[in-house]
Design a binder for this molecule. Structure first.
Ligand code: GLV
Length: 324
């Protein structure tokens, strides 16, 4: 590979590819699917910038394969657990992500999962598609009311958690929030009450996760936390699969310790633990929380704008580290 090119590991949306083209630099672009590791290592050689997605592991090996021309890794995602930021920092490489532009889309999918699970939408859809004979009945497909009297627990009260809370308040839900950086009592002024995690898990009818995956949050929700939840409480995860201990979740669902789960993310993506498919009270989507058209355009163009800034000798717009 020639020196100084921009490696874009996968085809982004048309708007983002156009923005990349307008940088006027040589581009090396992967395909629709995640690239093979060997292709990636070769394509990175001599790159000045890598625009990547969460399916690529950007580790010391990859950074070394790129070599000393590499200035910036722009992840097309707000989460960046796929990037070894410490290794990048050691090599003076800036890492950026795409915060802000996907809050609404992620909060919207969270509400879709929340409503789909609580009001048994996907279960009802499967029921009808199976050709089951039915007639309206007062006890038929009764689910959780999502309105006044329903308490939502938001774990991780950053931009996305707040966007979810705003939506829940519009549904008249009571909202509890917990983040390690927040006080564990008091209110945020919009009617959201802060609390500690055990209290949130104990009181919430629906728990929704919006923390990044770090060593501190891996398996944040495991057997003990699931047992602390109400027996009919619902768990929503649109953050990262590793935040929930899947083994413990399957056990809790089997034992009826919680009322159900809706998952957009999985511990071993793209593999979905087949045991999760057993449950009617589990809703599954394939990591699509940010998959709104305009959102995906904004994510891609923000990554490209980060590359442009760094290659022009300016600060990245949305850096996650200082790059050395
Ligand atoms: C998607 O999962 C993201 O982190 O943006």
């Amino acid at each position: 590979m020639s020196n100084g090119h921009i490696l874009i590991t996968r085809q982004l949306t048309d708007a983002a590819m156009q923005a990349a083209g307008e940088l006027g630099r040589e581009l090396v672009v992967g395909g629709e699917q995640p690239p093979d590791r060997s292709w990636l290592l070769e394509a990175a050689r001599g790159a000045s910038a890598v625009v990547c997605t969460l399916t690529e592991q950007i580790d010391a090996e990859l950074l070394d394969a790129a070599g000393s021309d590499l200035r910036v890794v722009a992840n097309v995602a707000v989460g960046y657990d796929n990037v070894d930021t410490a290794a990048a920092k050691e090599r003076g490489v800036v890492v950026s992500n795409t915060p802000g532009v996907l809050d609404a889309a992620t909060a919207d999918l969270t509400m879709a999962l929340l409503l789909g699970l609580s009001r048994r939408v996907t279960e009802g859809d499967r029921f009808l598609r199976a050709g089951t004979s039915w007639i309206w009945g007062p006890r038929m497909f009764v689910g959780t009311d999502v309105s006044a009297g329903c308490t939502l627990g938001v774990v991780g009260y950053g931009r996305i958690g707040k966007a979810v809370a705003r939506r829940a308040l519009a549904f008249d839900m009571d909202v509890l929030a917990h983040s390690p950086s927040l006080p564990t009592s008091g209110e945020d002024g919009s009617g959201v009450s802060y609390t500690d995690l055990p209290t949130l898990l104990r009181l919430a009818d629906i728990v929704t996760l919006h923390v990044p995956l770090t060593e501190d949050t891996r398996h944040l929700i495991a057997a003990e936390g699931l047992r602390a939840m109400k027996r009919d409480a619902l768990l929503i995860n649109t953050a990262r699969g590793g935040v929930v201990d899947t083994e413990a979740l399957v056990a809790a669902l089997r034992a009826g310790e919680i009322g159900g789960a809706a998952l957009d993310v999985f511990e071993d993506e793209p593999n979905v633990d087949p045991r999760l498919l057993e449950f009617d009270n589990v809703v599954l989507t394939p990591h699509i929380a940010s998959a709104g058209r305009a959102t995906r355009d904004r994510m891609g163009t923000l990554a490209v704008d980060n590359v442009a800034a760094v290659l022009d000798g300016e600060e990245a717009l949305t850096p996650v580290n200082a790059g050395g």
